[in-house]
Design a protein around this ligand. Structure first.
Ligand code: SAM
Length: 352
């Protein structure tokens, strides 16, 4: 693809602008917290100069990779600029107004502060909590409405560039079915949340059948807002549990899953991987993206530690040490490949 150099400048400027905005927000909000709620002290939050240089380098590499995949036609240009600006503008004041509630939960170690109206029997225990101290956990429309913006702030504006890293290995894996009609290819995105990955999947796979599954009604409602006007067939949304997928054995050609595994206990991670294996057809591809791990990103260990020390992430400390590659291998996956991009590690594997 012959990309216009001006478009690349626009892309880089946009990414840098988002990164500055994310960093500025975090700096101002942590100073404000220290002022208003000084007992809420954040651990591992002082980033030294060398680490900052590493972070910058890693973000630059991520952007180069993002641009390169677009140039290689993995996805269309519009995905690089696809940000819900108007929505972010509307949600931003809500993020600020909600902040004292998260500080209060952190200070008082309140981690099960969920809406009274939910039926707890419908959810696994590990799910019934305020991950990262967020208001209502995953169980309210309010939480779903500000989630995207919060994640983008957390990752200095690079959340979508990191999610897009699943698309190249997925395209390569789906080559196994290149003799089939595109419309017979079914891709399931597990723990789809507010549907950001679904939008990217639709951008890269115009004709495929795409399904998003999540445990949260509110997040699925939020996802439906983002995907309803996309070109191509309507994306299907299903309420369900990753541990027990409502699909027959060998019925899907691809499964994707982004930022779920660090929020699962170790035994459930294994159960979910087995479930992915069960529903994939032989030749089918799994692409998993989640936080980086200690083994391949030792430079960022203090950031990983800061994450679980400051935010309610009870399974993260175990996750960053969990050897998922060997679990995948034991379950029967082949061609297991991994690569890390800034704060995200991507696994791809084939069921043969
Ligand atoms: C950190 S969010 C990730 C969402 C999205 N994939 C993204 O890229 O932002 C985790 C999501 O996993 C969902 N989830 C957690 N446990 C689940 C389970 N056992 N089955 C299905 N979804 C689950 C939550 O409801 C939430 O939407």
């Amino acid at each position: 693809m012959d990309a216009n150099p001006l478009t690349k400048i626009a892309y880089k400027t946009l990414q840098q602008g988002k990164s500055i905005a994310g960093l500025a927000h975090k700096e101002i909000s942590s100073r404000l917290m220290n002022l208003i709620s000084p007992d809420n002290d954040l651990k591992n939050f002082d980033i030294d100069k060398n680490l900052l240089i590493e972070i910058q380098k890693s973000m630059d590499e991520l952007r180069e990779e993002d641009w390169k995949d677009y140039e290689e036609n993995i996805y269309p240009q519009k995905l690089l600029f696809d940000e819900p600006w108007l929505r972010y503008l509307v949600q931003y004041p809500k993020v600020w107004l909600d902040m004292p509630n998260t500080w209060e939960r952190r200070k008082n170690h309140k981690v099960n502060d969920l809406p009274k109206t939910i039926d707890k029997d419908n959810y696994p225990n590990y799910y019934l909590r305020n991950f990262h101290h967020q208001t209502d956990g995953y169980l309210s429309d309010f939480s779903a409405s500000i989630y995207d913006l919060q994640v983008d702030i957390l990752f200095n504006g690079s959340a979508n560039s990191m999610r897009r890293r699943i698309l190249k290995p997925l395209k390569e894996g789906l080559d196994n079915f290149k003799d089939r009609k595109n419309s017979s290819i079914k891709i399931l995105d597990v723990a789809t949340g507010s549907g950001r990955t679904l939008k990217q999947l639709r951008g890269a796979f115009q004709k495929a059948k795409i399904v998003g599954l999540d445990l949260s009604d509110s997040y699925l409602k939020e996802a439906s807002r983002h995907i309803s006007d996309l070109d191509g067939d309507l994306i299907e949304l299903i309420k369900g549990n990753a541990e027990d997928l409502p699909f027959k054995d060998n019925s899907l050609q691809a499964v994707t899953c982004v930022y779920l595994f660090h929020e699962l206990p170790r035994t459930i991670r294994e159960k979910v991987l087995k479930e992915f294996f069960r529903v994939l057809e032989p030749g089918g591809t799994l692409v998993l993206a989640d936080s980086i791990q200690i083994i391949d990103s030792p430079n960022f260990i203090s950031i990983m530690e800061g994450f679980y020390k400051n935010f309610h992430e009870p399974f993260y400390c175990d996750y960053i040490k969990d050897n998922l590659d060997s679990k995948m291998e034991e379950i029967g996956f082949n061609n297991i490949r991994t690569k890390s991009f800034f704060m995200t590690k991507v696994w791809s594997a084939i069921k043969y």
